[in-house]
Write a protein that binds this ligand. Structure first.
Ligand SMILES: [Zn+2]
Length: 472
């Protein structure tokens, strides 16, 4: 490869199916995954003549929530347009989308600037699996679909471009789930990523771009970008041209392949849909109220967890699971930092670890119960072994932890006379170490605690042992 410096330019387009009760223009159930084929259909989503659409206000509010969470501008005026193209899975012969006046514009997420977020409808689903003919399921036709488009961003390397883009996708997925506006499951196609990729030697002038589709995981986003950048550079260095086209990603071969030449925007003959009213959003939705009701956003959650100094892996685990994060924050209320860390360890490793291995019959006890267990550990009433046993027990039956610990005989020995006898026995058996300890070898303290714990067969409170050792 030559000494020539290449810049990588990436723009992302992400579609996400919104989680609303009904579809975008009709009252059919928005539930394509749990229904029989063509169960949720009506004259509107099947585009029978004369059927008129009515816009779903919940879907509009969902897009606004995403906009408010990314510091974007919420349009005052918005309208829906017809995007004309023919395809068997699009019954009207056009898709209702937004062209000139998207609901959301500008803003930023995970250091990537956004161009716009607009609302449209999903297509039906074609099933070519039968071979000679194609089946069409219209359950998905008219499901509200959000499309987010980012600004093209210039990167210094393919690695940086890949990493930032996959992180962006992950951040958006987390945001959509936190806002509860989409399940954003990529395997189910509820979130679909496309990357516009080009390379250039002159950052003021973009190269020819290729759009890569079928990116079904964040990992494939990263790999596809790196693959495509290498392909472009190779073509350029051979003196050949990069052709503007849509490419797919082959997950098995780990390479992109040509799908079709890109249509130009004007081919769609966009025009405002005469069946839908133009909207002045500030008049029909209470933006302040939506803003007030936004949940704790992932970035703020992340900052709060970093302040507690949890391990990066624990932070990721909590950020990936909204319910678990809410549970953690509820249980940690009023705890000091060391107990908050203790809580993260026992919750994420022991409790969740046991649950994820079980056949889903186990569930977490109430957050207050879990907080009680953590306090028992930090006060020394429960050993670390005892805590694990108690947690496993309480996962199958949410009972009072103190009563249950007593029943299971998990309370650590705290009888001072008994404990003093143990310490004295350990000292008499380890005279040499005892003199060194008394002469200032403080680190031997843990040696004695360990011996005492062993002597007490794990049933002793290490804090009390330390106190006795010090007093002697
Ligand atoms: Zn319908």
């Amino acid at each position: 490869m030559s000494e020539q410096k290449y810049y990588v330019v990436i723009g992302m387009e992400i579609h996400a199916e919104l989680k609303t009760k009904s579809k975008m223009w009709c009252s059919c159930l928005n539930d394509p995954f749990n229904s029989e084929p063509n169960q949720n259909v009506c004259p509107i989503c099947l585009a029978e003549p004369g059927a008129l659409p009515v816009a779903n206000i919940e879907a509009i509010k969902n897009v606004i929530k995403v906009g408010l969470s990314t510091n974007s501008e919420i349009a005052n005026f918005t309208e829906f347009d017809r995007k004309n193209y023919f395809y068997p899975d699009i019954p009207k012969g056009y898709q209702i989308s937004q062209y000139k006046y998207p609901i959301v514009s500008k803003g930023e997420l995970a250091s990537v600037p956004l161009t716009r977020i607009h609302l449209e409808e999903d297509t039906a689903k074609s099933d070519h699996a039968k071979g000679e003919y194609t089946l069409i399921d219209f359950n998905r036709a008219g499901v509200p679909l959000m499309e987010l488009v980012t600004e093209p961003v210039i990167y210094n390397s393919k690695e940086e471009a890949g990493k930032t883009s996959s992180n962006f996708g992950k951040a958006l997925q987390r945001l959509l789930r936190t806002l509860d506006v989409s399940d954003a499951d990529m395997e189910k196609g509820q979130m679909r990523l496309e990357a516009n990729i080009s390379v250039t030697t002159d950052p003021a002038k973009f190269g020819t771009k290729c759009e890569v589709k079928n990116l079904n995981s964040f990992n494939s986003v990263e790999k596809a970008i790196i693959y495509e950048v290498d392909r472009h550079i190779e073509l350029i260095e051979k003196g050949e041209k990069v052709i503007q086209e849509t490419r797919g990603w082959d997950e098995n071969k780990l390479e992109t392949f040509s799908q079709r030449k890109k249509e130009n925007a004007h081919d769609y003959r966009y025009f405002p849909d005469p069946d839908l009213p133009k909207m002045y959003l500030h008049k029909i939705v209470d933006l302040d109220k939506i803003k007030e009701e936004l949940p704790m956003l992932p970035e703020i959650k992340k900052a709060a967890l970093e302040k507690i100094e949890l391990q990066p892996k624990q932070i990721e685990q909590l950020l990936d699971d909204n319910n678990l994060a809410s549970y953690y924050f509820e249980a940690s209320k009023g705890m000091d930092i060391s107990n908050q860390k203790l809580l993260a360890n026992y919750l994420l490793t022991d409790a969740v670890g046991v649950i994820s291995k079980s056949d889903n019959t186990l569930k977490l006890p109430s957050a207050t119960t879990f907080a009680k267990i953590i306090n028992m550990i930090s006060e020394g009433t429960l050993s670390s072994r005892g805590a694990k046993d108690l947690i496993t027990d309480i996962l199958s039956e949410d009972t009072d932890p103190e009563t249950r610990a007593k029943e299971l005989n998990l309370i650590q020995n705290q009888d001072p006379t008994m404990m003093k006898k143990i310490v004295e026995k350990v000292i008499s058996e380890n005279q040499d170490q005892w003199s060194s300890y008394k002469n200032g070898e403080i680190k031997l303290e843990m040696f004695f605690v360990g011996k005492c714990m062993k002597e007490a067969a794990g049933n002793g409170n290490p804090k009390i042992f330390i106190d006795i050792i010090k007093s002697l």
